[in-house]
Design a protein around this ligand. Structure first.
Ligand code: ARG
Length: 326
């Protein structure tokens, strides 16, 4: 994180220096012209100076444009023949593992199908880079991946760290932000206020919006943040934590595996009633060089929504999720 911030600051500083040296390089020319202009007439001098400055700006802009073109993510991806995608495969039906015919773990899911469609559209291979969710966030910020699809919710807060595609799925249509608990514990609570007063040991996935929500439900000391949802589910089932904030769409497998767990009723315990976190988006690193790639992703999303692919992928992923492994 710090390294990355430092890197960004260093890049900014270097860019500024470059700008300064470009201008500095122009100074003698400007001075000469101005001097010549002044000799002829004051008015002309002003015009000439303005003209020269405009020309200098144009040169700077052209240089910037050339740099951007050379850096263009889409062009680089095409040249490499591969697009690298960050994802966190603990999240059925979006992304999860299944075993293939050779008992090898494969990453599958509706997000992976979308990633594949983006790769197909560009005409390159899709390479998944799996990490825990926090790792996906870090990799996007450090531009270690070209894009990330990991059930990312659109949030205003993350905009300073990444860019988004248009929304590709609306979570509120399939699930909501809720609380997972043992049935025995669940029977004790009839309101969110009671839950807050109990200062429960609340679990949530590191870096997720569920972490933000859990932080509002208990003391900082009682917050149990872990890397993967699999670890959190095991912990909850073992009684090491009391409750888990979760997107209900992604809890189906947990409920099946751990029959003593349940989701508290939506009427009373919906943690995002205004659906602030309901839009799922593809994430990209910051910077204009990713613009053309984002445009391609948006085209794919638009087409997949319109022609029913998105729904088809979800149905296929739900089917596959029955065979999910950790
Ligand atoms: N939607 C939530 C967020 O953006 C959680 C995403 C978790 N994704 C995952 N693959 N585990 O913070």
């Amino acid at each position: 994180m710090f390294n990355n911030q430092f890197k960004q600051i260093a890049i900014k500083a270097a860019t500024m220096l470059l700008g300064v040296s470009l201008l500095a390089g122009c100074t003698p020319a400007t001075t000469t012209t101005t001097t010549a202009g002044t000799t002829a007439s004051g008015t002309i001098a002003a015009t000439t100076t303005a003209g020269t400055t405009a020309a200098a700006t144009t040169t700077a802009q052209t240089t910037a444009a050339a740099t951007t073109a050379a850096n263009d993510s889409l062009a680089k991806i095409k040249a490499a023949g591969v697009i690298v995608m960050g994802t966190s495969p603990d999240y059925p039906p979006n992304e999860f593992y299944v075993l293939d015919a050779n008992n090898q773990k494969q990453i599958v899911g509706s997000d992976i199908m979308l990633g594949q469609a983006i790769a197909d559209k560009i005409g390159v291979k899709l390479e998944n880079k799996p990490t825990d969710f926090q790792g996906v966030l870090s990799n996007i910020q450090a531009a270690q991946v070209d894009m990330a699809i990991a059930g990312f919710s659109y949030t205003e807060g993350r905009k300073s760290a990444m860019q988004y595609s248009d929304g590709y799925a609306t979570e509120s249509e399939v699930g909501w932000q809720g609380i997972l608990m043992s049935k025995t514990n669940a029977a004790k609570y009839t309101s969110l206020d009671q839950i807050k007063a109990a200062k429960l040991k609340f679990g949530a996935q590191s870096g997720s919006v569920q972490q933000e929500m859990a932080a509002k439900l208990t003391d900082p000391m009682s917050l149990k943040i872990m890397g993967t949802l699999d670890a959190l589910a095991l912990s909850l089932n073992a009684g090491d934590i009391d409750a888990l904030v979760i997107s209900t769409d992604n809890a189906t497998n947990m409920l099946k595996t751990f029959s003593d767990l349940m989701i508290l009723p939506k009427e009373t315990f919906n943690l995002d009633p205004e659906n602030l976190y309901a839009q799922n988006v593809v994430a990209f690193p910051l910077g204009d060089q990713h613009k053309s790639l984002i445009e391609v992703a948006n085209e794919v999303i638009k087409a997949a929504k319109a022609d029913g692919s998105m729904e088809k992928w979800r149905a296929e992923a739900l089917e596959l999720a029955k065979k999910a492994v950790e």
